[in-house]
Design a protein around this ligand. Structure first.
Ligand code: SAM
Length: 300
């Protein structure tokens, strides 16, 4: 069945402002491939194969988590089963071109690019990464900041989703670009988006960081804190001595655990950025460990 013919569950969640980000984070964690805001509500989609009873139970149980975090737990939700065609139409309306950093504009594939900036064409389908989320925007702006525009830098996009960070990096001049994702639909969507952008230097791998070889000048990982923490040492092992790791996707309050895990693994925090309730952390290897972490035998 194609996406246009499949049915999807559409959830409409009425949420208090102070819990909005925590609930958005929960929806992502529960595997919603697409969500956006309309009239103050969160509209979230789930595949028709989702166990709907379990999904509702999990959302109801989340009220206790909000309460124990001292957040307002008074949210409500309703859902209906809708045709994929309607999902696509709602989604398309919520997705307009967006300028990010000084150079890039993210353009939905159904809109003709009309910009002097560098276009990154994205068809999100049912996958995360339209450029409208704070974490994606921050990652792209930082990738631009750390790009040297020489074509020789290697870039790893860990949890590529639509491929937006990998494609953005390639557009900004990175030479060898790899995107990796555990989710087959993200792998398919990112490969389609790479073709839409006519790029030849971007490779997509299905899996996680342990499936990647080589070392990189910049690694961007827009993942949840509980995903980032166990792979801290893998991230270090994939960084070049002067490399930069851009880690996003955590909520304020979760960053200390990520900082501790990364520092234990040998990284030093360079800077951080907060966008609403989302935090992005930038790490490098300290100069002394940079020497010992270098496995290039003088070639880098
Ligand atoms: N990079 C895109 C962005 O910044 O908009 C998408 C980020 S989305 C929040 C996270 C993606 O990471 C999802 O596509 C998910 O399937 C993938 N993912 C989750 N855990 C992963 C892991 N351990 N290794 C690789 N990918 C992972």
């Amino acid at each position: 069945m194609t996406d246009a013919l499949r049915e999807y569950y559409e959830f409409i969640l009425s949420v208090p402002d102070e819990s909005r980000d925590a609930i958005t984070n929960k929806i992502m964690e529960m595997g919603s491939p697409g969500f956006f805001e309309r009239d103050g509500n969160i509209i979230a989609y789930f595949d028709y194969l989702t166990d709907i009873t379990e999904l509702c139970d999990e959302l109801n149980r989340f009220r206790d988590v909000l309460k124990s975090s001292g957040l307002d737990s008074a949210f409500s939700f309703d859902y209906s089963l809708i045709p994929g065609k309607d999902w696509n139409e709602s989604w398309k309306k919520s997705f307009s071109p967006i300028d990010i950093g000084n150079k890039l504009t993210i353009v939905p594939s159904w809109i003709k690019p009309d910009t002097d900036r560098i276009p990154v064409i994205i068809d999100p389908g049912m996958v995360f990464g339209t450029g409208h989320h704070e974490t994606t925007r921050r990652c792209l702006a930082l990738i631009e900041k750390y790009s040297r525009n020489k074509g020789g830098q290697d870039f790893l996009d860990l949890g590529t989703g639509t491929g937006i960070l990998a494609i953005g990096a390639a557009r900004l001049g990175f030479g060898r670009v790899i995107g990796v994702d555990i989710d087959q639909s993200a792998v398919a969507a990112s490969m389609d988006n790479i073709s839409l952008n006519g790029l030849k230097n971007v490779t997509i791998v299905k899996g996680s960081i342990s499936d990647i070889t080589g070392v990189f000048d910049v690694i961007a990982a827009n993942l949840l804190s509980e995903t980032l923490i166990p792979i801290a040492r893998d991230i270090v092992s994939r960084l070049k001595p002067e490399g930069i790791a851009i880690l996003s996707g955590m909520l304020t309050g979760q960053e200390d655990d990520v900082i501790r895990a990364m520092e234990d693994a040998g990284l030093t925090m360079k800077e951080n950025a907060v966008d609403g309730k989302w935090v992005t952390l930038i790490f490098s290897l300290p100069p002394s460990s940079a020497q010992s972490a270098c496995r290039c035998r003088g070639t880098c």
